[in-house]
Design a protein around this ligand. Structure first.
Ligand code: ATP
Length: 270
């Protein structure tokens, strides 16, 4: 069961240089996660507890997982990921047990960065529904909070959670000593997109006319994951055309294709 719901990476291969934009966000993550791991004494000296948990919130595909991985790589920590959605729809007691397992694995792999994606799945505001599942979800969350209490003073396990439904969260998890550092991870701006284009084309054979400043200008609203997809799709256009260089037109066509795919009729809308 463990292998299915938990992803353990001893040494993730993501570096800060792989992340485009997000300077302030990255600095905050480093300060709250990296600093306590690398220099726990400084918190003792100053006489404060390091922040307990970090919550990254923002739209999908903006680099939240990447940042958590990069900080684990930087601190030579094991990266342990679990999705909140994996913890629900379980039998009674199983969600809480998985949370206990998660922290046991983290202790076995210290230093470790525990990343809980889709935390909203176990920490949503209580709804009106009276389904018995709610109580189970509640128990899972209580277990998570109690595990967090257990190591708040120590630097060798750090916990990062992520959500793209911040508005849905139960405010109880944001209290001091819990996820008390909130970091918003927005879509990249133009400069960020330019940087992300550069990152994801590092290994690509580019024609001389490719201009990332212009592409960044033309792809407003794209996430980092979208930019990555545009680069891959641009390469596919070149391959289909039997060319070994990727041109500016390929990138533009890729963007058009991916944007139009998104606009396929939505059946939920009338
Ligand atoms: P989700 O909420 O869907 O889990 P996320 O915010 O965790 O999304 P990631 O999984 O970190 O997003 O990003 C998906 C992929 O998109 C990354 O593996 C990376 O290739 C690319 N990407 C996203 N943001 C950036 C960025 N700022 N710089 C470089 N690449 C990015």
């Amino acid at each position: 069961v463990r292998a299915r719901v938990m992803q353990v990476e001893e040494s993730p291969d993501v570096g800060y240089e792989d992340i485009g934009g997000l300077h302030d966000q990255l600095q905050e993550v480093r300060e709250t996660v990296e600093l306590p791991m690398e220099n726990p004494d400084i918190f003792d000296t100053v006489g404060i507890d390091p922040p307990s948990g970090v919550l990254l919130h923002g739209p999908p595909g903006t680099g939240k997982t990447m940042m958590a991985k990069a900080v684990a790589a930087q601190t030579d920590a094991t990266f342990i990921k679990m999705a909140g959605s994996e913890l629900v729809h379980k039998f009674i007691g199983e969600g809480a047990k998985l949370v206990r397992d998660l922290f046991q694995v983290a202790r076995d792999h210290e230093p470790a960065v525990v990343f809980i994606d889709e935390i909203d799945a176990i920490a949503s505001k209580r709804t009106d529904s009276k389904t018995s599942g709610d109580a189970e979800v509640q128990r899972t969350m209580m277990q998570l909070l109690s595990e967090m209490d257990g190591f708040s003073e120590r630097g060798d396990i750090r916990i990062i959670a992520a959500t793209n439904r911040f508005d849905m969260l139960d405010r109880a998890i944001l209290r001091p000593g819990r996820f008390d550092r909130l970091i918003e991870v927005p879509h990249p701006d133009e400069d960020g997109r330019e940087k992300i284009f550069q990152i994801h084309t590092r290994g690509m054979n580019l024609a001389a006319d490719v201009d990332f400043t212009e592409l960044a200008e033309e792809t407003d609203g794209s996430s980092g994951a979208d930019v990555k997809a545009i680069c891959t799709e641009a390469g596919m256009f070149a391959i289909r055309d039997d060319r070994d260089e990727v041109t500016m037109a390929d990138f533009r066509n890729a963007y058009d294709k991916l944007t139009n795919d998104d606009e396929e009729p939505d059946v939920s809308r009338t």
